[in-house]
Design a protein around this ligand. Structure first.
Ligand code: AGP
Length: 608
């Protein structure tokens, strides 16, 4: 998964390309590069690691040229190093790529037999060779690209630069998203509208199979046969302002502290506090009485939000829920009943696995509802119904505020479904609505635990492994707590259903293993306490995350306790998430890892 950009400008192309790459770094930061045409000749600057390394290189060796392409990389094939960094260039053709060419090995072998010399270990380099091969046959650049594309299997968003063509970029898309932007005498191309926000808000999106010809005068779209296509531009809401840390040391910490406000604003869309009821936006034309089964699909943290929501749809709406991680879902033979509802959850709206599952469900006659944080995303355009989470831009790779906003939105949807299906009465609904309305206050209290969590972090930081356990909705929350710790501290952490521990994982317990027990004083509290005692009996170091009721009931023996205010069970997962996020954050601080851009990760996974 990578970010690509292209500029056909009137001024030097390198500065706007760098600006766009800063907005695409959430897609990968293994290496970055730019190519421009100087006096018709290709010139490249590439650097391994974060974008600032390329910035430093450009300060020393600036690039002239009014037309250029750029790339920020998350390595799929070939180690993150300068040689494998994009743009790749072959005989005057430069290319940047987001996606995976699945048949690159066979193409490479064929091209080698034809005399091609490869200098990288990437899948992408074959594309530059194929296009330059067509050019050598006397093709014009657009035809060379059109003729090369059918040989590629897999997913791609591409941008090409050609020596001698100082007023031309060619783009192509299959699977991976690609947009073009309209300026005054300048035109742009990028992986998404976010990248182009500093230059324009007039955007067209390429469809699968499209090739685009970008010049200063305009933008053309053609299909594989060379026939012209119409891709009407649309005005997109995108902020040209780069998100700041707002005085916080890291975006992640800022985003953790934003939750009372952003969860409040997300809820305000769906909750009528005065009326004590959930009121979904008018354009949500969905009658839950027609729905007999739900499927929920997502990846990573978004998947854990879906796992928690399953409990709510079953309990408050009496709806059976099929839930799976997206990378598995689309390869299963799910027995879909036409007309049922498929829910997709995503912060970025660009996650390739989730997108592919969405198309799979759509192809099986499911209605598509997506809970999304980026309104201009590919998933938003592919969904029948979109329920926005108003978390604002989430920059930290480890998702925090998007998660709790997803939970808030899914809780509202489950209650609305329960009302529509007659499972919940107005009297049942009112206290649930009041509980949701109180979440921002509960969250503000939870954030006050930070000083204590900062101390506890030192214990976790000295451990090699950690376990998180919980029951009911706190089980997926345990999975999320473990994911947060893994992502930013690189400590091996696992989440388990508390009752499952004794069926094997308890073998891991010894005096060096911290076990975080998530147990609000709800109906499963006593059972969870028994599981905690089983750990304590084996010298495990438990940290109990509970509420006042739980604290008053908890037997002594836990090595530490984080106490939150008492709250209705519905909202506990939204609030109990915060101490887990802070525990991971402060442990990462102790270990000095890169909190906002952890190794090997990217904010949006745009390849399968
Ligand atoms: C979470 O902290 C991770 N960044 C990752 O697991 C993420 O949740 C997953 O890639 C899904 O992303 P999405 O919500 O943008 O689809």
């Amino acid at each position: 998964m990578c970010g690509i950009v292209g500029v056909v400008g009137r001024g030097p192309a390198a500065p706007p390309i760098m600006d766009a790459l800063r907005r695409l770094e959430y897609r990968g930061y293994d290496s970055a590069g730019i190519a421009t045409l100087e006096h018709g000749h290709l010139a490249r600057r590439r650097a391994v690691g974060k974008l600032e390394n390329l910035e430093n290189k450009l300060n020393c060796e600036p690039l002239a040229g009014l037309v250029g392409i750029g790339h920020t990389r998350w390595a799929t094939h070939g180690r993150p190093n300068e040689r494998n960094a994009h743009p790749h260039a072959v005989d005057g053709v430069a290319v940047v790529h987001n996606g995976i060419i699945e048949n690159h090995r066979e193409l490479r072998d064929g091209l080698k037999l034809a005399g091609a010399r490869f200098v990288t270990n990437t899948d992408t380099e074959v594309i530059a060779h194929l296009v330059s091969h067509e050019l050598k046959k006397g093709c014009k650049p657009v035809d060379a690209v059109r003729l090369a594309l059918p040989r590629l299997e897999g997913a791609f968003a591409l941008a090409f630069l050609f020596e001698g063509y100082e007023n031309l970029i060619i783009g192509a898309r299959k699977g991976s998203p690609l947009a073009v932007g309209y300026g005054r005498g300048e035109m742009y191309l990028g992986s998404d509208a976010i990248a182009l926000a500093p230059f324009t808000d007039m955007i067209s999106y390429l469809e699968d199979g499209d090739v685009t010809v970008v010049t200063r005068e305009g933008i053309d779209f053609i299909n594989a046969k060379g026939e012209h296509l119409r891709r009407s531009p649309a005005k997109v809401a995108g902020s040209a302002v780069l998100v700041e840390k707002g005085g916080h040391r890291h975006f992640m910490l800022k985003e953790i502290h934003e939750q009372p406000r952003v969860v409040g604003q997300t809820l305000a869309q769906y909750v009528d506090v005065v009326g004590g009821r959930i009121s979904l936006p008018k354009d949500v034309r969905l009658d839950f009485r027609d729905i007999t089964r739900l499927s929920i699909t997502a990846c990573g943290t978004a998947f854990y939000a879906g796992l928690i929501a399953r409990y709510w749809f079953e309990r408050y709406a009496g709806l059976p829920v099929e839930i799976d991680i997206a990378s598995e879902f689309r390869y299963r033979s799910v027995p879909f009943d036409p007309g049922n509802l498929a829910i997709f959850v995503s912060q970025s709206g660009e996650t390739a696995d989730t997108l592919a599952s969405l198309e799979f469900a759509k192809a099986h006659g499911q209605r598509i509802l997506s809970v999304l944080n980026v309104a201009s995303s590919t998933m938003a355009r592919a969904s029948e119904i979109v329920l926005p989470t108003l978390a604002g831009a989430e920059v930290g790779v480890a998702s925090t505020k998007a998660f709790t906003c997803q939970l808030a939105t899914l809780a509202c949807l489950a209650i609305a479904a329960g009302r529509a299906r007659g499972v919940l009465s107005a009297d049942d609904e009112a206290p649930l609505v009041r509980a949701l309305a109180d979440v921002p206050d509960y969250m503000t209290c939870a954030l006050k635990l930070e000083p204590k969590i900062r101390q506890l972090a030192h214990r976790i930081a000295s451990s090699r492994d950690a376990l998180f356990i919980g029951r009911g909705t706190n089980y997926p929350l345990a999975l999320e707590g473990a994911l947060k710790l893994k992502e930013i501290t690189y400590i091996h952490a696992e989440g388990y259903a508390a009752g499952e521990l004794k069926h094997g994982p308890i073998a891991l317990v010894d005096k060096d293993l911290p076990v975080i027990v998530i147990a609000p004083g709800d109906m499963s509290f006593e059972k969870t306490m028994s599981n905690m005692q089983e750990v304590i009996a084996r010298e495990g170091r438990t940290i109990l995350v509970t509420d006042h009721k739980g604290a008053s009931l908890a037997a002594p023996g836990s090595s530490a306790m984080l106490t939150l205010p008492d709250m209705p069970p519905l909202v506990a997962p939204l609030v109990f998430a915060l101490p887990l996020q802070l525990l991971a954050y402060h442990t990462a601080l102790v270990l000095g890892t890169d909190v906002d851009q952890p190794r090997n990760l990217a904010k949006s996974v745009t390849v399968e």
